[in-house]
Design a protein around this ligand. Structure first.
Ligand code: PLP
Length: 296
């Protein structure tokens, strides 16, 4: 048993040859060891996809939604379709290898492997986590940053892969560093034509009266699993849920803003571009309790 665990997949895609014919579908290996070639396209080109899945009391949350999105991202990058049965087994395998803990996550990664050799690389890494209490209760300070793309970029330039969960997160990381330089914790991207998009690793959720809203589909943003589950939470509480094209002004005028994501869960925005905002502690607490106790 351990605080982290790693499974290497022997055949991450049914369409590709196994790394080792006859070997088991995945192998648990030392997470500290070197396992990936320096020539892997995931490293040399940032080519590949990933998912990060929350684990609560040993249960992977929204697992099927994550696996579906993983397959969609693979298709967007023309990667061979992941064999989801093998991935599911590997995810449960790394979770079983962890010491029991209230919270953990599993990260799944699929890359084309080494250029030309036809063997995709796939692994699932699990680790225990703590440390999100303050973001979930006190909240986070957020700045709006222009992503530099129009809101309809998915339609006009699908090759930009906006909305796929690719390994190319250097821009997302740079945006968070810019937020820190501005005295904030996180970012909400806007489109160059003025619409609210998403965070670098989160979905925007907005409360307006009895409505719980998120930026609309077709905006080249990631289809959030946490947001989908929080819509179910909102509906249980009698709120209307839906997608909306929101401007920065409409965002600022809303009753509540959260950045929601796997692992950190719901983080209320307590400051937007330097302007303090009130945080609904009861509603936020109920959101996070709901996320923690989801059945799957
Ligand atoms: N948007 C982006 C760009 C993300 O990277 C993530 C998660 O990492 C999300 C939204 C939230 O997705 P989920 O709730 O499925 O974790």
């Amino acid at each position: 048993m351990a605080r982290s665990a790693l499974a290497l997949l022997n055949r991450p895609s049914a369409a590709s040859p196994a790394h080792d014919e006859g070997a088991p579908a995945f192998a648990l290996v030392d997470p500290a060891g070197p396992h990936i070639s320096p020539l892997d396209l995931g490293i040399t080109r940032g080519e590949g996809i990933f998912e990060t899945i929350s684990v609560s009391e040993g249960r992977p949350l929204a697992l099927e939604a994550h696996l579906r999105r993983f397959a969609n991202s693979a298709a967007a990058l023309d990667l061979p379709a992941p064999d989801l049965d093998v991935w599911r087994d590997a995810i449960y395998g790394v979770i079983a290898a962890l010491d029991p803990s209230p919270e953990a996550y599993v990260k799944t990664v699929l890359t084309p492997g080494i250029e030309g050799d036809g063997h995709p690389t796939g692994y699932a890494y699990a680790t225990q986590v703590t440390g999100f209490e303050e973001a979930r209760t006190t909240g986070i300070r957020v700045v709006l940053l222009d992503r530099g793309l129009k809101h309809d970029v998915a339609r006009t330039s699908p090759w930009l892969l906006a909305g796929a969960k690719t390994l190319s997160y250097a821009v997302n990381r740079a945006a968070v560093r810019e937020a820190k330089r501005r005295g904030a914790d996180d970012v909400i991207f806007t489109s160059s034509d003025g619409y609210v998009l998403e965070g670098p690793t989160s979905t925007v959720l907005v409360r307006r009266g009895d409505e719980l809203l998120t930026p609309g589909v077709g905006l080249a943003i990631l289809d959030g699993t946490t947001q989908a589950d929080l819509f179910a939470f909102g509906e249980q509480r009698g709120l209307r849920t839906g997608f909306a094209l929101l401007t920065a002004e409409e965002l600022a005028a809303s009753d509540g803003i959260w950045l929601v994501s796997s692992v950190r869960n719901a983080a209320p925005v307590r400051e937007l571009d330097g302007t303090p905002r009130s945080v609904d502690a009861e509603f936020t607490g109920a959101m996070n309790a709901f996320l923690h106790s989801r059945e799957q």
